[in-house]
Design a protein around this ligand. Structure first.
Ligand SMILES: Cc1cc2nc3c(=O)[nH]c(=O)nc-3n(C[C@H](O)[C@H](O)[C@H](O)COP(=O)(O)O)c2cc1C
Length: 324
């Protein structure tokens, strides 16, 4: 959405402008993708989730995960862990890199995360959630926020309890993905539950789940009353949603330019080899609406150099680049 003069909401004292935000997505919401989304209109930037253990052990992946540009602010670093003390230590350490916000992941459904009581696993431990938020919000001089699911499964939908705990213990914003841990990504997101959370809290609430079009953004906002909408899968290969454009309305030339600029910034950030490999999953989503043969798609997605990829795109006609 375009820049606006009055903030949509505040996280503590921090003004946020805009109603759509790129979701944190492991393997996707890195600096190149976030910076582009933010430039197009995403209202703030969330890092991919970062394991507190990795922060404390100095894992080599951490510096890239916490790299950001000044233009991305407000910049949110998202952490996950099941150990409140280690989470606090990691948050304090990351604070030195001057994020605007520290966010606690209470939504990851992956077995390796939720299974050890981190991510959505925290939803089964309300007392620990209280401890995490009260400790972090007291120890940090920047806002602490959370991102959660609705509960572990349909028999333990404790989202209102967790939401109130977050707010009562100093949390300054809550993003809610309208699914349970057990659902993972199946079924439909429950927007009614998001509306209930919004009605119950005074801190800002971000609605999340199944937003893919501009109409969805408006519908989610109207239906839930949420302060902003977070877009994950629907933004991959479709960052123009943050600029107020649905994918089918983006001219082919603009798709081409944005896609190649994205590739360029990935090469710069990760180096030629890794940048190209990591770009392929974005590329497959950028090209999915194109009228291309199976062979053309395959050729593009297996290009061995960025120059090959660019040459193939350049050779494609406007008709081929038009949405099917
Ligand atoms: C590939 C992938 C990686 C994700 N990684 C994270 C993450 O690191 N942190 C997080 O809070 N949520 C993560 N999520 C969840 C999304 O932020 C979001 O809550 C979920 O995809 C629902 O929104 P959507 O329907 O707009 O995709 C991830 C989702 C996907 C698909």
């Amino acid at each position: 959405m375009s820049a606006q003069s009055s903030p949509s909401f505040y996280v503590g004292d921090l003004p946020v402008y805009g109603e759509a935000i790129l979701s944190p997505m492991d393997g996707f919401s890195d600096l190149p993708f976030r910076a582009m989304a933010r430039r197009l209109g995403s209202a703030m930037s969330y890092s991919e989730f970062i394991n507190a253990i990795d922060v404390m052990q100095g894992h080599p992946s951490v510096p890239q995960k916490i790299a950001y540009t000044a233009a991305e602010r407000p910049m949110v670093f998202q952490l996950f862990d099941d150990d409140p003390a280690r989470l606090l230590q990691a948050a304090l350490r990351l604070r030195q890199h001057e994020p605007d916000i520290i966010d606690v992941n209470m939504g990851c459904s992956a077995k390796t995360v939720a299974g050890r009581g981190a991510g959505a696993g925290l939803l089964r431990q309300p007392a620990k959630v209280a401890q995490i938020f009260s400790t972090l919000s007291r120890a940090l001089d920047i806002p602490v926020t959370g991102k959660m699911r609705l509960g572990w499964d349909d028999d333990s939908l404790n989202y209102l309890e967790i939401a109130r705990i977050v707010q009562d213990n100093g949390g300054q914003l809550l993003a809610v993905h309208g699914r349970t841990k057990k659902q993972a990504y199946s079924g439909e997101a429950n927007w009614e539950a998001i509306a209930e959370v919004k009605a119950a809290l005074s801190i800002p609430v971000i609605g999340n789940g199944d937003v893919r079009t501009l109409a969805d953004i408006a519908r989610m906002r109207r239906f839930t009353g949420c302060d902003a909408v977070m877009i994950g899968r629907g933004a991959i290969g479709n960052p123009w949603i943050f600029a107020g454009l649905d994918r089918e309305d983006v001219p082919a030339e603009q798709v081409r330019e944005t896609m190649l600029a994205h590739l360029e910034s990935m090469l710069e950030f990760y180096g030629a080899q890794r940048g190209l490999v990591l770009f392929r999953k974005h590329a497959s989503r950028y090209i999915s609406p194109f009228r291309l043969s199976v062979e053309q798609r395959q050729q593009l997605l297996t290009s061995q150099t960025a120059a090959d990829f660019t040459r193939l795109v350049d050779q494609m006609s406007v008709a081929e680049l038009a949405p099917a």
